[in-house]
Write a protein that binds this ligand. Structure first.
Ligand code: ADP
Ligand code: MG
Ligand code: ZN
Length: 623
């Protein structure tokens, strides 16, 4: 998929062997004695006595050594050559003459001087450089990145269709696709835009929660654009050596300008684009700051008309440095939001194409049950369903697989061996029925879709799934209060039936509290504070990261109001359940037996009970 020069990978041992061989050869060149016959070192007086005994055969006198051979009968020790150090000896020539040995002096020639020089200076240097290069190559190979090409950006270049993705692979997200299509169109027909005097935004920032398809969209652009596409992740700029991030940015833009028209994609730009002033603490952040400054400089530096478009993605737009968002840099923001019902169904269908499915799959139900799920989670649901189908020995994915995998992705796997005693099981059953029954008795609360007391690996001992009839974007005060009352329903049931309470409501308590708090501090739904902002959301895409923007006294008052809302809700739930004790018992018994109740079964039992009750309440009214 990626365009990379592929060199066949050789095992590390291969390079070691080569290095060893080179070393050996060099050794042989520098120290010929290793390969040639061995030489015996003798003292000068031994040499002289050999000469005197006329046992020396040939003598070669060098600058500071005398090499010689001895006649056969003297060579008992098996050495072919002998050598001794040369001493200033005026008599030597006479002695040699007397002994009748052949002798000559070896004059160091120009050649051997050169060779000497090569051997002692040039060769070792070459050797070191060669070894160094070899090591560098090995390092790069084994570290998986260009560890040695400091400052080179390791942006991968995607060329047309190499990502294999197109806009058709991105379901929903129509606004985002339209905005990106315009960019692609500009790169293809710049004249059309130039004629009217329009200039392209230099930078486009894709913002949205994790898993909504930002990276996927960028890859689709790469597939559609038919221009070079540089892709790099923000974290790749953060180097192990200071200053390298900035160098990488420089290199990336240099490459891009050479290849224009082209698209540069920086994924997870928040890793380098964080606000510069934000509590940099001790040193540390200098590097990132330099990288960011370089990025800003480069974005200002190049001419947008040349056709380099910078695409970036982040799920933390608020943490980005304001300078990045200034006009002339990332001046266009493309929101990539969580999919709505239609979007979810479309995404499910796109991913369903990759697996074998039964014909009668009801994507609508799955879409409804996955409100709030991201594209990545939906893709995961399809895959989990396929895995389950295999486990079940089926050759196609069935509706049932999908339903179960929704629960797996939302609540974790079923915990098969979990030991829960009967009393606890009864408590759990009543708890869940408590939620469901309260919801059913409230006006306009979301209908119950499923109740189960099969424990999950996520720690949930059971849960009640409510599914809205239609997609909601606005929640009224009543809706939120209904939610809180429903959340308190589980604990209320425990109180009504067992007259004791358990730790099982912790999750409900958490949710109820945060909803109640948000009503007061963010949604302006309290009488005391009216439409006053008391809490601000730090990052809309990453959960409930909020901070108070009010005085300590106000905060204390808010706590009081939260308590009042929850207390009222709790009382309401208790009342509902006390009034419906008979229905609750029936439902709980059914749930204990079946462990899972569908929404239809639930409504069926409810209706039945109501029908039996009707005459009683009529009688009461008549009295
Ligand atoms: P992000 O970069 O926004 O965190 P990704 O682009 O990495 O999310 O999405 C992860 C995966 O989720 C994708 O590879 C794709 O399989 C799936 N996905 C997300 N959104 C969509 C969508 N709109 N259509 C189809 N698949 C999607
Ligand atoms: Mg991503
Ligand atoms: Zn609960």
């Amino acid at each position: 998929m990626k365009q990379e020069s592929k060199t066949p990978k050789k095992p590390l041992i291969f390079y070691y062997l080569i290095a060893m061989l080179v070393l050996l050869l060099l050794n042989a060149l520098v120290f010929p004695s290793l390969l040639s016959p061995r030489v015996k070192e003798v003292s000068y007086d031994q040499f002289l006595s050999l000469v005197e005994r006329k046992e020396v055969n040939k003598v070669a006198i060098e600058n500071d050594v005398i090499l010689f051979t001895v006649k056969d009968d003297a060579a008992k020790d098996g050495y072919a050559y002998y050598q001794t150090g040369r001493i200033e000896d005026a008599d030597l020539v006479n002695r040699l003459k007397e002994s009748g040995a052949e002798f000559s002096a070896v004059i160091p020639t120009q050649d051997s001087a050169l060779l000497n020089f090569l051997m002692t200076w040039v060769f070792p240097i070459i050797l070191f450089v060669a070894l160094g290069l070899l090591m560098a190559r090995m390092l790069t190979k084994h570290m998986g990145s260009n560890a040695m090409s400091f400052g080179k950006s390791n942006a991968k270049i995607y060329v047309e269709s190499q990502t294999g993705k197109s806009f058709a692979d991105v379901a929903g997200q129509d606004e985002a696709k339209d905005a990106l299509r315009e960019i692609v169109d500009f790169l293809h027909n710049p004249d059309k835009y130039a004629a009217i005097g329009a200039s392209l935004p230099k930078g486009v920032l894709l913002v949205g929660p994790p898993g909504t398809g930002k990276t996927l969209l960028a890859q689709a652009v790469a597939g559609e654009a038919k221009v070079p596409f540089f892709s790099i992740s923000g974290s790749e700029f953060v180097e192990m050596f200071v200053g390298m991030g900035a160098a990488k940015v420089r290199d990336l833009f240099k490459q891009a300008q050479e290849k224009a028209p082209c698209i540069v994609f920086i994924d997870e730009i928040d890793t380098i684009g964080k606000k510069r002033d934000s509590g940099s603490g001790i040193g540390g952040n200098d590097e990132r700051e330099q990288t960011l400054n370089q990025l800003l400089a480069e974005m200002d530096g190049f001419d947008g008309a040349k056709g380099v478009v910078i695409l970036a993605a982040t799920n933390r737009p608020d943490s980005l440095d304001k300078a990045l968002l200034r006009p002339g840099r990332f001046d266009r923001r493309v929101p990539v939001e969580l999919p709505d019902l239609q979007g979810r169904i479309a995404i499910l269908k796109v991913h369903a194409k990759d697996v074998k499915m039964e014909d009668n799959i009801d994507f609508d139900t799955i879409g409804r049950a996955t409100s709030g799920a991201s594209g990545a989670e939906l893709a995961n649901i399809i895959n989990e369903a396929a895995l389950r189908a295999v486990r079940m020995g089926r050759s196609k994915v069935a509706q049932q697989d999908l339903e179960e995998s929704v629960e797996v992705v939302i609540a974790g796997y079923q915990r098969k061996g979990a030991m829960i005693n009967d009393r606890e099981k009864r408590i759990i059953a009543y708890h869940e029925i408590g939620h469901a029954l309260v919801a059913a008795r409230l006006k306009d609360a979301a209908p119950v879709h499923k109740i189960t007391i099969i424990p999950r690996t996520s720690g949930a001992l059971g849960y009640t799934m409510q599914v809205e009839e239609e997609e909601r974007v606005l929640m009224s005060k009543e809706d939120l209060l209904n939610q809180i009352i429903t959340l308190t329903g589980g604990r209320s049931a425990e109180e009504v039936v067992f007259n004791s309470i358990t730790s099982g409501a912790s999750n409900d308590i958490e949710k109820a509290t945060s909803t109640a708090r948000a009503m007061i501090t963010r949604f302006g739904m309290s009488d005391t504070f009216d439409m006053m902002e008391l809490e601000t959301v730090n990052n809309p895409y990453l959960g409930s990261d909020t901070s108070l923007v009010c005085s300590a006294e106000t905060a204390a008052q808010v706590d009081g109001e939260v308590r009042d809302i929850i207390r009222a809700a709790h009382q309401k739930a208790l009342t509902i359940l006390r009034d419906n004790r008979d229905v609750m018992d029936k439902l709980a018994a059914f749930l204990l037996e079946k462990e899972t109740i569908t929404g239809e079964e639930f409504m069926e039992i409810l209706k039945q009970c109501d029908a039996e009750r009707q005459p009683v309440s009529l009688v009461k009214e008549n009295q």
